[in-house]
Design a protein around this ligand. Structure first.
Ligand SMILES: Cc1ncc(COP(=O)(O)O)c(C=O)c1O
Length: 771
């Protein structure tokens, strides 16, 4: 948050002298409250009243004061002229610049006409008629400002409702607990639902601060709107959202909103689109208000103006949140004579889908969460349910460049409308993709096979390894998962040791997980690799031969484990010495997820003989890849054709190419590095004895929950409770690791600093709630 403004230090006597000298005004001066300015009421002998406003240039650039004067000048010739103050020019012009304050600061002075009446804030119970009057007045003001232009109207400051994200950095100013979570939720829903659509809303100059201290009333009529200090160009719906964030601080807030909106709508029609975003905009404003108040407590404990409405803001945020967006929006829309917006048409009932699923799909296909989610759309790092409530996706490493990335969608649609066929024809798409992919890889990884899944990639990798070595046996790491085929289940201890599993077949050799936190050899990487020598020997004794050592350079299902230093290098050495080839399974961790490089193996000082890719490769379109060396590819080309009906088709190649382009163009690897580093550090600061370790690389992180930090006994119950708690707060996570006690974090790569702060605050709350 920027520092508190330096209010000009000017005594009433100095102000009186200035008013007399430059405006010819004399009379009694009384200071008026203001957040940033120094304001005086000047009451003349005959009872005429004016306001002298003094603004420090350091806190408000002169062009912004000019903007305000110009807006008032514009309005003086429009229907709402009577509602707003007139600018009384000084002898030198509308504004006067002087080094007038005690600190010799440059100040801008202006005099405005006084609006007679009572402040809205002095009304204990504003009537329905008064609310309607406010709605009409705001609509008129917005209509009158529609054609106003000024070079300074594009303003960036913290009350700009289009940019509330700065509060993500200040969440620690709020007490942990339910209220803070409401602010996080308001921020999240704004970020997900509103921010991407702002540019589609009609923009213009708005007053931008119709709060109860800036509204003048007389009887049941709103007769004045003043303080244009926050005026700015913004979506015009922000005018109403801001006004509602104050005028709805009453016992019947939804009714108040409906009355004001209906009146507003009768003069300036609200579109369904504006109505759909209104609720989230009001809550964003309230979130900014409460965070600002919390920060202001620290800066200016005595400024009553700053903290006046804090408790009421909290109450309104709570009430609106409890009513929920759908109910509030429906009510407001109804009052405006509109039907409620339907952001995601065609939704069915969750219960019916669940029942249907039980009949039509196998129980072996599981659903996430105790209360399964019905997800209808995705955008960036966000998923939206059937009511368009947003969920922060912290776990989908498949939607690598963001859900429904427009460039990916465009690439798929364009190619799908042109050609989709198999690879038995020449096509430039597959070659362009293979070139592009190989350009990111070290030699000799230069021959590409395109398949349809990670499992197919690993199956093919095993076939290549076996064809090249003549061996059959495979060395794997405990906790690993490599795919869903029969062969791959046999080399996936994660599945073999779980429910429905069986002992590994004799041709599979399982190494201990090289986990520096709880592995038996600590961080002695080579010690975990040494048993490969014995495995090779055992195979030879049986007349067999090792074909492959397969391992993820950062282990996912094993619990987001970064292998102990030196493990991969030693393992590759032993495997190759035994005549085996080394397969790096980067189905989960490839394509820059680890942040410091495009490929996770790069940090380990090794180059695999075969690299397998999947999940993120085409942002959810079913693609997998195997990249190997010319020598291994030659061994595999033994006369038997490798045909994959869908693998490498033009649509898949177009999509996969688009993903590589977006990774590069949007700097997603750097984002994984930077956001990931912040996230890791922030998670490590969470003070909870149950957090055994926070680990990972880039945007591939794990939080291991333990029942006892000494014994490191896994606490799966708590890990699960944390994930369920977060799901209840619309933050999607899952558990992993053989004991399912690791909360895993692997969001789309466009996961940014705001999302990271939402996640950390939610995890902190989840830890408190489950301790
Ligand atoms: C490391 C790893 N390898 C391979 C696979 C199999 O990929 P797919 O599900 O696309 O067949 C997975 C899937 O979870 C995986 O995590």
């Amino acid at each position: 948050m920027p520092p508190a403004p330096q209010r000009p230090e000017i005594s009433a006597a100095t102000a009186a002298a200035l008013a007399r000298e430059h405006w010819g005004l004399s009379g009694q001066l009384r200071e008026l409250g203001s957040y940033a300015d120094r304001n005086f009421l000047i009451e003349g002998e005959a009872g005429e009243r004016h306001v002298l406003k003094i603004t420090a240039e350091a806190s408000e650039p002169r062009e912004v004061v000019e903007l305000q004067a110009a807006a008032l000048g514009h309005l003086s010739e429009r229907a709402s002229a009577a509602l707003v103050p007139r600018v009384i020019p000084s002898r030198a012009g509308p504004l006067l610049v002087a080094s007038a304050d005690a600190r010799d600061q440059a100040c801008v002075l202006r005099v405005l006409s006084w609006l007679p009446g009572q402040l809205w804030s002095e009304r204990s119970a504003p009537s329905a008629a008064l609310r309607r009057s406010l709605g009409l007045a705001l609509a008129q003001l917005d209509l009158d400002l529609q054609d106003f232009e000024h070079p300074a109207m594009q303003r960036s400051f913290r009350w700009n409702l289009t940019t509330p994200e700065w509060i993500a950095d200040e969440l620690s100013a709020l007490e942990p607990g339910r209220q803070r979570e409401r602010v996080v939720d308001a921020l999240a829903q704004f970020r997900a639902r509103v921010a991407p659509r702002l540019s589609e809303l009609p923009h213009q100059l708005i007053h931008g601060d119709a709060n109860e201290h800036n509204l003048v009333v007389e009887g049941d009529a709103l007769c004045g709107i003043f303080d244009f200090g926050d005026t700015l160009a913004a979506p015009v719906i922000c005018e109403l959202a801001i006004a509602l964030a104050y005028a709805a601080m009453v016992p019947d807030p939804v009714q108040a909103c409906a009355e004001i909106c209906a009146a507003y709508h009768s003069r300036r029609a609200l579109s369904t689109f504006e109505l759909d975003l209104l609720f989230d905009l009001i809550r964003a404003r309230l979130a900014v208000s409460v965070v600002s108040s919390a920060l202001a407590h620290a800066h200016e404990p005595d400024n009553r103006h700053v903290v006046a409405s804090e408790a009421k803001s909290w109450a309104l945020l709570g009430t609106l949140t409890d009513f929920g967006r759908r109910a509030v929006t429906k009510y407001i829309a109804g009052a405006c004579g509109q039907s409620a917006p339907v952001p995601v048409p065609g939704a069915r009932s969750r219960t019916r889908l669940l029942a249907q699923r039980r009949v039509r799909l196998s129980a072996a296909s599981s659903l996430a969460y105790d209360s399964p989610l019905y997800i209808r759309r995705g955008e960036g790092t966000w998923l939206f349910d059937e009511h368009d409530a947003a969920y922060l996706d912290c776990v989908n490493n498949v939607a690598h460049v963001g859900h429904c990335h427009p460039r990916v969608v465009e690439a798929a649609s364009a190619q799908l409308a042109t050609l989709n066929t198999n690879t038995r024809y020449l096509h430039e798409g597959i070659l362009a993709y293979a070139e592009r992919l190989c350009a990111t890889l070290p030699e000799p990884l230069s021959v590409v096979f395109l398949v349809c899944s990670g499992s197919e990639a690993n199956e093919l990798a095993l076939r290549i390894a076996r064809a090249h070595t003549g061996g059959r046996e495979v060395v794997v790491v405990d906790g690993a998962y490599h795919g869903n085929t029969s062969t791959l289940i046999d080399i996936s201890p994660y599945k073999l040791r779980g429910p429905g599993g069986h002992a590994p077949p004799p041709w599979v050799h399982v190494l201990d997980t090289p986990d520096p936190y709880s592995g038996r050899h600590g961080d002695d990487g080579p010690a975990y690799a040494a048993p490969i020598i014995a495995a090779a020997h055992a195979a030879r004794v049986r007349g067999e031969q090792l074909a492959a050592f397969i391992c993820e350079p950062v282990m996912a299902c094993a619990g987001q484990v970064v292998p102990a230093p030196g493990f991969l290098e030693a393992a590759y050495g032993h495997a190759r010495a035994a005549g085996a080839v080394c397969i790096a399974d980067e189905v989960q961790v490839g394509f820059g997820r680890v942040g410091d490089a495009m490929w996770a193996f790069e940090a380990e000082g090794v180059v695999p003989d075969i690299l397998t890719l999947g999940k993120p490769i085409a942002n959810g379109h079913p693609v997998g890849a195997v990249v190997t060396t010319p020598a291994l590819a030659a061994s595999f080309a033994n006369g038997m054709e490798y045909f994959n009906t869908f693998g490498g088709n033009p649509v898949s190649c177009a999509v996969a190419s688009a993903v590589l382009e977006v990774i590069a163009d949007e700097g997603l690897v750097a984002n994984a590095r930077e956001t990931g580093a912040w996230l890791r550090a922030a998670l490590r600061e969470l003070d909870d004895p149950g957090v055994g370790e926070v680990r990972g690389r880039g945007l591939f992180l794990g939080v291991e929950l333990v029942a006892d930090p000494e014994t490191k006994a896994p606490d799966a119950r708590r890990a699960r409770a944390i994930v369920e708690y977060a799901r209840g707060r619309h933050v999607l996570l899952s558990t992993d690791g053989p004991a399912r006690n690791v909360v895993k974090i692997k969001p789309p790569m466009c996961f940014g600093p705001v999302e990271a702060r939402i996640l950390v605050t939610t995890l902190a709350a989840a830890l408190r709630a489950t301790s």
